[in-house]
Structure formats: structure tokens, C-alpha cells
Design a protein around this ligand. Structure first.
Ligand code: GUN
Length: 293
């Protein structure tokens, strides 16, 4: 069994991005600039946005954090989005999700300038991903593909089972894993809350991508010997052992599943750090105008 070290690969990617930023600046270019919009003070969102801002510092990007109270109106949030669209210094930005219930998330996502949509959530960018056109691929699926690439995991003709069909992870992941290239080319099955007997599918899988948000859902009896297991789960569960009072739990019962795997991602330190690295990669693409000119 080999542990997939997302933290190490994320730091490698950050070094590569940092070297590119130095080159851009040395040749008289502008410092890449990422903005993040944070609404309210949900603990998880605060942590993720703080990590994104810190990663910008690590690679030499400029960053801007825009905060709104949780009672911000949809019109006010749309005004912020329009301001960011018009700001020539900002290459890309994200609006951290989830948003409060009184705001229609899709309306905000569709207001983001596609060229600055480094989350890759805009329907045009999702469509471009489906059609194999240059685009921003959303951070978590992109990070997982990068892990598969860097660990040279065999994918061609393999059976990949994705558990979960969210817009952010499960759906794009299933599309990417079925693409006609070296780091995809799988036969893909998507399982979800209405799938009958999920184990009957996972037991046949060469690669399992677990993104349903249920701690320790995937158990050893559901996994074939030698499978690759990618755990996207990051549920906060109360813990007296940590300063923060919680622990991150993956969707995989790691201790019993790991011995059966050829490769497995841990939680934390697997997929999570790659999400950040992917966002930085997309921001660099935006700064270099590689997707939209
Ligand atoms: N909430 C959970 N994951 C993400 C993400 O990748 N981007 C944004 N904007 N919000 C999220």
C-alpha cells in the first residue's frame, strides 16, 4: 500500500507556481492577484479561505479578502461580484460556498466573469470542461487528477466508481475520469444516495473516489484487493483530542481499507491540500490569460 501524499504534492506545485511568478515579475509582468469573497463566519469556510489566502502569500500572489455579513442582500453581493469583474488588477476570484439560504447561489455563480472564474463553477466553464475545451477545472476534481498524474496511477480501461454527484466534486469528477487521455480513460460508474447496493459496484472498482460526506462510509468489505481509494470527505466531528475541538473525518474507514489498497489518500493530508494548489494553478492560468485572452 502506498499513501498518496497530497500535502507533499501541493507544496511541490506551489514551488513550481512560485518559480513561474518570479519569472513573470522578472520579465516586467504583473503580480497575479486572487480575491476571495467570504459571507458570514461559518467555521469551515473561514478555515478554507484563510488557507487560500495563506497559499497566495506562499507563491507570491497578491490576495484580497472581501467580507460580508451573513445578512448581506443578494443585490449587495452581486454588486461586489460586478466590482470584481470590472477590477483590472484582479485576475481571478472565488465566492466561498455555501452562501446563506436567502441568496440564490446559482445567480451569484452565473454573475462571475467566466475569465475570472478560477473556481470553474460558471456553467460556461463547466460546459467547456465537458467539451474538452480550455477552461478552469474546479479545484477538487482537478487536484485529484493531478494526484493520479503525479503518482502515475494506471487508469486506462480501469473501472472507476465515483460515490457522490455534487456539482463541485462528484459530477465533474465522473466526467474527467472518463476522458480520452492517459490520466483518465476509465469506465465510470456514479453511485449516489438512490443507488441500490453500492457495495456491489465498489467491489468491482479499480479506483474508488468517495465524495459523499459521510464519515467512514467505505469499509474494507466494500473494496477489492489492490484498489486505488481517493477520499474526498472532510466532515468535522467533535474531538477532545484537538485544540480546535474537532477532527476532520474522511468518507473512508482508513485503518481497515488501507491494507487492501495499492494507493490511498489520507484525511487530512490527501485531497484537501490539492484543492488549494489547483486554485493557485487556475489563478496562474487566469493571470497568464491562457484560457480567455
Ligand atoms: N466550498 C467548498 N468547496 C469550495 C470550493 O472549491 N470553492 C468555493 N468557492 N467554495 C467551496
Amino acid at each position: 500500500m502506498q499513501l498518496i501524499d497530497g500535502k507533499k504534492i501541493s507544496l511541490q506545485l506551489q514551488e513550481e507556481i512560485s518559480a513561474e511568478v518570479k519569472k513573470i515579475i522578472a520579465s516586467g509582468g504583473k503580480q497575479p492577484h486572487l480575491a476571495a469573497v467570504l459571507v458570514g463566519n461559518d467555521g469551515g469556510s473561514e478555515t478554507y479561505v484563510a488557507a487560500k489566502i495563506k497559499a497566495c502569500e506562499n507563491v507570491g500572489f497578491k490576495s484580497t479578502l472581501i467580507r460580508h455579513d451573513s445578512n448581506v442582500t443578494e443585490a449587495e453581493l452581486l454588486a461586489t461580484v460586478n466590482k470584481l469583474n470590472a477590477d483590472k488588477d484582479i485576475d481571478g476570484y472565488i465566492v466561498q460556498l455555501p452562501l446563506p439560504k436567502h441568496i440564490t447561489e446559482q445567480k451569484i455563480i452565473e454573475a462571475v466573469d467566466t475569465a475570472k472564474d478560477v473556481d470553474g463553477f460558471h456553467p460556461i466553464n463547466v460546459g467547456r470542461m465537458v467539451l474538452n475545451l480550455p477552461t478552469y477545472i474546479s479545484a477538487t476534481p482537478n487536484g485529484i487528477v493531478e494526484l493520479i498524474k503525479r503518482y502515475k496511477i494506471e487508469t486506462i480501461g480501469k473501472h472507476c466508481v465515483v460515490i457522490g454527484r455534487s456539482n463541485i466534486v462528484g459530477s465533474p469528477m465522473s466526467i474527467l475520469m472518463a476522458k480520452n487521455n492517459v490520466f483518465a480513460n476509465c469506465t465510470v460508474t456514479i453511485c449516489h444516495s438512490k443507488t441500490k447496493d453500492i457495495a456491489s459496484f465498489t467491489k468491482q472498482a479499480d479506483i474508488i473516489i468517495c465524495a459523499l460526506g459521510k464519515p467512514e462510509f467505505l469499509t474494507a468489505d466494500m473494496v477489492k484487493q489492490g484498489a486505488v481509494v481517493i477520499d474526498v470527505g472532510t466532515t468535522r466531528v467533535a474531538s477532545a483530542e484537538t485544540k480546535s475541538g474537532f477532527k476532520l473525518k474522511g468518507d473512508v474507514k482508513f485503518e481497515e481499507v488501507a491494507p487492501k489498497c495499492s494507493y490511498i489518500t489520507p484525511v487530512p493530508g490527501g485531497v484537501g491540500p490539492m484543492t488549494i494548489a489547483s486554485l493557485l494553478m487556475n489563478t496562474l492560468l487566469a493571470a497568464k490569460k491562457e484560457i480567455y485572452r
